[in-house]
Design a protein around this ligand. Structure first.
Ligand code: 8OZ
Length: 370
């Protein structure tokens, strides 16, 4: 109910903060960013080690969305954390970040209907709350950007297996050296698609009422907190983001229920995307302060924050942490640049945010000299 570790005044972004059993050096977080750079087997490779290591001066890195199972994949070259090779690849990343004094969580996802049968085991249909295709696209080599596949509705008795996939992936993440995990409960992926009445038309105990639609996410949070400890688990929500064809008729009531239930499990943070992901912050009315009041842990805000906005949010107690996406792609040393009020690099115009092979646009954004 109260914001934690608020500094008295000034330089709020540079006050350390406790997050479960670890202390973050500052309030600047690297948001989870899909880059589609995983190597064959969906294993993070040497450039990914370098990329995260370059960004280790943020208070916390949240490594990109990482699939909990083969079925969870929806895009090309996204990493997993469900095979020994993937765990070993991530171990190199976490070792290098820790060697540089950084802290790193990983975001765990199941893409649900945001997938294509080309990514699915046996080229099956992707799975979702209901058999409704998202009006969205994914990239397939050779075919380009194609519509996501019409999913099949999960059987009620399949849900426990996916809860278990999240539980095992969380255990694997700890084995890989991560300081904790963020459950991806946002952006229209499987858990968020269950939350929302635009994508969930079920008539079993996982559909209908708000309580029922929240059940899957709450079960995942309960399983993961029981497995690795609530002090190592966060969750990301995007209450009014329309991204990936997401819609909900009563977002305030839905997400107040979700946060009340999640609060009982005492995860260390809630990470909220305010407004439309990567777009307008005021696309739909929503009372984020009302949500924050329902939660006792660390509150992380995201979406289009500048340094000044972040400083105001943390010094006023609206947020304890602020995560940055694009600014951290182009500025590996963002905390230092903020501290020194140094100019910020722009994104390269000639390098893709998603995919690519060599260093360009991934590990060649310059840090300040000296
Ligand atoms: C951009 C492209 C693909 C995936 C998200 C994991 O929106 C993503 C994502 C973003 O959370």
């Amino acid at each position: 109910m109260t914001s934690q570790n608020q500094p008295a005044s000034g330089e709020a972004l540079f006050q350390p903060i406790k997050l479960g059993g670890i202390t973050l050096a500052n309030r600047i977080v690297m948001a989870p960013l899909t880059r589609n750079r995983a190597e064959p087997g969906n294993v993070p490779g040497p450039l990914t080690v370098e990329y995260y290591a370059q960004r280790a001066t943020v208070g916390l890195i949240i490594a990109e969305a990482t699939q909990v199972s083969a079925q969870a994949q929806g895009y090309i070259a996204t990493p997993g954390v469900h095979t020994p090779e993937q765990i070993a690849g991530w171990r190199k990343v976490t070792d290098e970040v820790h060697a540089r004094g950084g802290r790193i969580y990983v975001q765990l996802w199941h893409t649900g209907r945001m997938s294509h049968s080309a990514f699915q085991p046996g080229e099956q249909a992707p799975v979702a709350p209901s058999a409704i295709a998202a009006k969205a696209k994914t990239y397939i080599p050779g075919a380009g950007y194609v519509d996501t596949s019409t999913p099949r509705a999960l059987e009620t008795n399949e849900i426990a297996g996916i809860v278990n996939d999240f539980r095992i992936a969380a255990r694997n993440a700890i084995e890989a050296g991560f300081d904790g995990v963020e459950i991806h409960g946002a952006h229209g992926y499987l858990l968020d698609a269950f939350l929302r009445d635009g994508s969930n038309k079920r008539t079993d105990m996982y559909g209908g009422s708000i309580e029922n639609r929240a059940r899957f996410l709450v079960e995942v949070m309960a399983a993961v907190t029981a497995e690795i400890g609530a002090d190592k688990v966060g969750v990301r929500l995007s209450p009014v983001s329309p991204v990936n064809d997401s819609s909900e008729s009563q977002p305030q009531a839905l997400f107040e229920h979700v946060v009340r239930e999640i609060n009982k499990l005492k995860p260390v943070y809630i990470h909220v995307v305010e407004g439309a992901t990567g777009g307008p912050r005021d696309n739909a009315p929503f009372d984020y302060a009302a949500l924050h009041r329902l939660y006792d842990g660390v509150w992380m805000a995201n979406n289009g924050y500048s340094q000044d906005m972040a400083e105001e949010a943390v010094s006023s107690g609206k947020a304890d942490l602020v995560s940055f996406g694009r600014l951290l792609i182009s500025n590996p040393d963002l905390p230092r640049r903020f501290k020194e009020k140094a100019p910020l690099n722009e994104l390269f115009a000639d390098a893709p945010l998603y995919g690519g092979t060599g260093p360009h646009g991934y590990v060649d954004y310059p840090a300040l000299a000296g």
